[in-house]
Structures are given as structure tokens and as C-alpha cells.
Ligand binder design. Structure first.
Ligand SMILES: [Zn+2]
Length: 217
């Protein structure tokens, strides 16, 4: 697997610092599992952060601080043991999906646009970031769109292209309101991506305006 597109450094730094919410964390962790380059970056950042911490003068902790840290770690770790074992068998039909994502509640594919389906991943703490799988048929040209928030996309199988380049398995794409997406699925198989998204899609053009009321993501 050759990876050409990585999360920006600020996102890897936030991952290493533990400041991403669960949905964002899942998207970056999905990329890290396939990308030795970014894993070594995160490891280096964690070591720098640890060195800085050990040089800080000791300070008294506030009451309940330890419990708060434990709760945060428990909610974010990809191998979170608190997720019920009955959910470990989901998403069997999705090769390339990391095992820690299979622990979250599965659901069925939902139609969202011609040749495009989405499948929500049920997070234990629903927040501002939604995580779902997106499956698009070969030859699909996604309607020209922008975002009101951000969109992190990890390619699991198949491939797509837009103005920013060509994206295949393992690649990571970060979109926000400043990016105009004109996406084409250019693989001969279905393109399946894990997507973490905040905000809504804004569709452009006549067809986009007609479809906007039907799009539910
Ligand atoms: Zn990478």
C-alpha cells in the first residue's frame, strides 16, 4: 500500500496531545494503522510532550483531576474495553476496517444520493463529530459541494480523485468550508471510506439544490 496523502501536522499533534474528540480520534487512528510515516511522527510528538511534562515543576492536582483523566482516556482509547463485547462482530463485510472500529454498533446502508450509500458507526458518546462509512459505485461523480464544518476521509477500498489529487487505500483527505469538492470515483470497484464529519454538506448547482432536501448525513 503506497500512501500519498496524510493528516496535516496540526492534526497529528492534536492526536498525540489527546485533544481530539472521539470521532476525530477514530479517523486519525484509522490512518495511523496503515501509515508507518505518521505513526513515527506521533511517537516523536508524544516523546517530546513527555519530556516537557517531566521538566515542569510539580503542582498540586485539583480534587477529582485523576478521575477526570481516567474518564477521558477510557472514552478515547481505540481498544476501549468498556464497549460491550456483543458489538465486536459488526461490519464483517468491510475489509480494511480497523478492528477497534468493529467494536462500535453497526447499522445498515442508507441511500443518500444516486449510487451513494452511508452506514453510521454508533459511537458510545454521540458528539459534534459523526462517523460513518461512505460507499460509492464506480464512475460516481459526487455533486459539487463544500462543507459547513470539516470532513476527514480515510479510504478503505477503491479510490477517488478531486482537485487535490488521487486518493487510494490508506490515504487521508481533510476538507473544510474553504475547499470546493468535485469528487469522481475512479476505481473499478466500490469506493468505501470511513468519514468523520462536523457540520453539513452544501450542494452546488441545479441538481445539488434539487437534491439538498434529500441528503441526510
Ligand atoms: Zn500518514
Amino acid at each position: 500500500m503506497t500512501i500519498h496523502h496524510h493528516p496535516p501536522d496540526e492534526l497529528l499533534t492534536a492526536f498525540a496531545a489527546g485533544t481530539l474528540d472521539l470521532g476525530q480520534h477514530i479517523a486519525v487512528a484509522t490512518h495511523l494503522l496503515t501509515c508507518p510515516h505518521c505513526r513515527s511522527m506521533v511517537r516523536a510528538m508524544e516523546q517530546i510532550g513527555g519530556t516537557v511534562l517531566t521538566r515542569l515543576p510539580p503542582a498540586e492536582m485539583s480534587p477529582g483531576a485523576l478521575a477526570a483523566v481516567e474518564a477521558r482516556v477510557g472514552g478515547r482509547a481505540p481498544d476501549d474495553a468498556a464497549i460491550p463485547a456483543r458489538h465486536f462482530t459488526g461490519f464483517r463485510d468491510i475489509p480494511g476496517l480497523p478492528s477497534f472500529v468493529r467494536r462500535y454498533p453497526d447499522s445498515s446502508w442508507k441511500w443518500i444520493a444516486p449510487k451513494v450509500h452511508m452506514r453510521p458507526i454508533g459511537l458510545p458518546e454521540p458528539g459534534a463529530t459523526r462517523v460513518f462509512l461512505l460507499r460509492s459505485k464506480p464512475g460516481t461523480k459526487m455533486i459539487d459541494h463544500t462543507h459547513t464544518g470539516f470532513e476527514m476521509t480515510c479510504v478503505l477500498s477503491g479510490s477517488f480523485a478531486h482537485e487535490g489529487g488521487h486518493f487510494g487505500p490508506g490515504d487521508f483527505d481533510l476538507g473544510d468550508g474553504s475547499v470546493d469538492h468535485d469528487v469522481r470515483i475512479d476505481s473499478t470497484e466500490d469506493c468505501i471510506c470511513l468519514v468523520a464529519m462536523q457540520g453539513d454538506l452544501k450542494l452546488h448547482g441545479v441538481i445539488g439544490r434539487l437534491l439538498q432536501p434529500l441528503i441526510r448525513m
